[in-house]
Design a protein around this ligand. Structure first.
Ligand code: PGA
Length: 238
């Protein structure tokens, strides 16, 4: 059975590293990645001893220089980061990030052997339900054809995150998730496709039954014991 990946995006929240240390004290699974805020990254690097991988939430599109407030891919590498989220919808919305910038960020990361976790997803639900799946597939594929230009798609992780599902408690149907994940794999040759948006203790089993290879988790990841509960149940089921 496939290994389901849990990518925890703490966003601009502080999570105590001890919470994860306690929840995963005897962890022997290797399917968890935590993405703390930049200030907490070095502390969370300790979790590698518990087989928990380290990710960041963003990276600069530049290598170094006069870019106040930005962090480069080599700085992340020096801080033991192996994964990095790029193009999250909150960065598109609040920082006006473009698809070209997201593509440049992903290229920078790959040059430093950091795996980009590229977020894509449509903003709104279609008024006509029967058009939804087609619309989502087209939207996501249009975003990826720009972002993945001159990028080896096998080296990246893609997270399908319908924006309407983020933090809203709403999730797409299994059929919808499967169709979009399938389109991403078939059209671009991406190997690892995650689902993101309101993933929680309430719905995780349903989402784990889809073709997604894992989940990008916001709100629920602030509670280490909930993540441990979900991870443990995948181990029992395998
Ligand atoms: P959520 O966030 O799990 O809180 O909906 C997911 C995300 O923004 O990546």
């Amino acid at each position: 059975m496939k290994k389901f990946l849990f990518v925890c995006n703490f966003k601009m929240n502080s999570v105590a590293v001890e919470d994860y240390q306690n929840a995963f004290a005897s962890n022997d699974s290797d399917n968890i990645i935590v993405c703390p805020n930049f200030c907490d990254i070095k502390q969370f690097a300790q979790l590698k001893l518990l087989h928990i991988e380290l990710g960041a939430q963003d990276v600069s599109e530049y290598d170094c220089g006069a870019y106040t407030g930005q962090v480069s891919a080599s700085m992340l590498k020096d801080s033991k980061v192996d994964y990095c989220i790029v193009g999250h919808s909150e960065r598109k919305k609040y920082c006006f990030e473009t698809l070209d910038q997201i593509s440049a960020k992903a290229k920078n990361l790959l040059q430093k052997n950091i795996t980009p976790i590229i977020c894509v997803g449509e903003e709104i639900l279609c008024k006509k339900e029967e058009l939804q799946i087609d619309y989502s597939k087209k939207y996501v594929c249009a975003e990826l054809s720009k972002i993945l230009q001159n990028i080896d798609a096998k080296k990246v992780i893609v997270a399908y995150e319908p924006i309407w599902a983020i933090g809203s408690g709403k999730i797409p149907t299994i059929q919808h998730i499967n169709a979009v994940c399938g389109a991403i794999r078939q059209n671009f040759g991406v190997n690892i496709v995650l689902y993101g948006g309101s993933f929680s203790l309430k719905n995780y089993q349903q989402i784990m039954d889809t073709d997604a290879d894992g989940a990008l988790i916001g709100g629920a990841s602030l509670h280490a014991e909930e993540i441990a509960q979900m991870v443990n149940s995948t181990l029992k089921n395998n």
